[in-house]
Each structure stands twice: as structure tokens, then as C-alpha cells.
Design a protein around this ligand. Structure first.
Ligand SMILES: Cc1cc2nc3c(=O)[nH]c(=O)nc-3n(C[C@H](O)[C@H](O)[C@H](O)COP(=O)(O)O)c2cc1C
Length: 188
């Protein structure tokens, strides 16, 4: 797949087929994710790939996390209640995705969480998923439940950045338009 095609053709997928994704495919995707640039090349990212019973336990936490983000969603989508309802349903099952990847950041030498490097790896990951014919969506709506999530997965000393479900798409998402006026040209 050509790069521009991959970048523009990638969409947030929120409904998946039950068909599992092989561990080998997930390994290839994560390998590409980790070719991202990182601060001082420290590669302070960490991924937890979950399926099976632990995934079901995570989903129980995620579905209750929706109530934390509901007020913001209702503000942003005040005239689109269907989007809010759709989001609620999504958080209950994560679209039926067979696997979930949790992306964490470690700390930079200055003691700050290096979320930027993890974000770079995440974008690689989204593109790698898309080019493998799979679907995913970057989600952070569950971050308010980080403590519960980390306790379940026994993660300590890392910051949760996003959760991305991975599976074979069971929808063709609409293409959200891009906004104008986000570039300032200087000296041209
Ligand atoms: C930082 C970040 C957080 C996001 N959080 C969520 C989320 O919690 N739930 C969700 O359904 N989508 C989430 N998204 C996906 C965006 O809604 C999506 O990227 C945007 O609507 C543009 O659509 P596209 O990805 O198909 O181009 C998030 C994306 C980013 C980059």
C-alpha cells in the first residue's frame, strides 16, 4: 500500500468481526509501531496485548468509564445524540474486537512521562493495522479508570496513553472532513 493511500485511507473503525487476529499478525504490527522515532531513542513505550478472559474483565471497566466522558460528549455532540449513544455502546464491547492493545509510556530522564514517543508509535500502529487489512481506533476515553486497569494487568510505573482494539472491520466508516486554517506559512 502506498504511503499517502495508507495515511488518507486509514479510518477509525468501531465495529469488528469476531474472526480472531493471529498473534503473528499482531507481532508484525507491533514491530512496525516500534520503528517510530522516540526521544533520545529511549523507546519508552510499552504495549500490553490482551484477549480472552482478561479482555472481558477490561471491558467491564471500560463500559463504566463511559459515564466519565458522557458530559463532554454531550457538550461536543449536543445536536447529535446518536453519536453519544453509539459511543456508549462502543465502550461496552469495544466493537467486539478480538484483541485490545494498551499503549503505555515510560519516563524520560527528566522524570516526565514520555507520552510523545508512545503517540508516535501509536500512529505507526494505526497505519500498520490499516495496511494489514485490519481496523482499529485510538481511544483515550477510558483513561479515567487507569488505576483499575493497571491493577487488573499488574502494571506499575507506566502511564496509560491509549487503548486500541484490533480486528477485522465490520463497517465502512464515514470519512470525517478535515478542518481548514491549521497551517500558517511564514516567509513564502
Ligand atoms: C488522542 C485521541 C483520542 C481519541 N479518543 C477516542 C475515544 O475515546 N473514543 C473514540 O471512539 N474515538 C477516539 N478517537 C478517534 C477520533 O474520534 C478519530 O480519530 C477522529 O474522529 C477522526 O476520524 P478518523 O480517525 O477516521 O480519521 C481518538 C483519537 C485520538 C487521536
Amino acid at each position: 500500500m502506498e504511503l499517502a493511500e495508507a495515511i488518507k485511507g486509514r479510518r477509525s473503525v468501531r465495529r469488528f468481526k469476531t474472526q480472531p487476529v493471529s498473534k503473528e499478525t499482531l507481532e508484525k504490527i507491533l514491530e512496525l509501531a516500534m520503528w517510530a522515532p522516540s526521544g533520545m531513542n529511549r523507546q519508552e513505550w510499552y504495549f500490553v496485548v490482551v484477549q480472552g478472559e482478561k479482555k472481558d474483565e477490561l471491558l467491564r471497566i471500560f463500559s463504566s468509564a463511559f459515564e466519565n466522558i458522557r458530559p463532554n460528549l454531550e457538550k461536543v455532540f449536543a445536536d447529535k445524540p446518536k453519536i453519544v449513544e453509539g459511543m456508549k455502546q462502543f465502550f461496552q464491547t469495544y466493537g467486539g474486537a478480538p484483541a485490545l492493545i494498551l499503549a503505555y509510556a515510560g519516563k524520560s530522564p527528566s522524570g516526565q512521562w514520555d507520552t510523545h514517543s508512545t503517540a508516535a508509535a501509536l500512529q505507526n500502529l494505526l497505519l500498520a493495522v490499516h495496511s494489514a487489512g485490519l481496523g482499529t481506533v485510538w481511544t483515550d476515553g477510558i483513561l479515567g479508570r487507569e488505576a483499575e486497569i493497571n491493577a487488573l494487568l499488574r502494571i506499575e510505573g507506566r502511564k496509560l496513553v491509549a487503548v486500541v482494539p484490533v480486528g477485522y472491520p465490520d463497517e465502512v466508516p464515514r470519512v470525517p472532513p478535515r478542518r481548514e486554517g491549521r497551517v500558517q506559512w511564514v516567509g513564502f
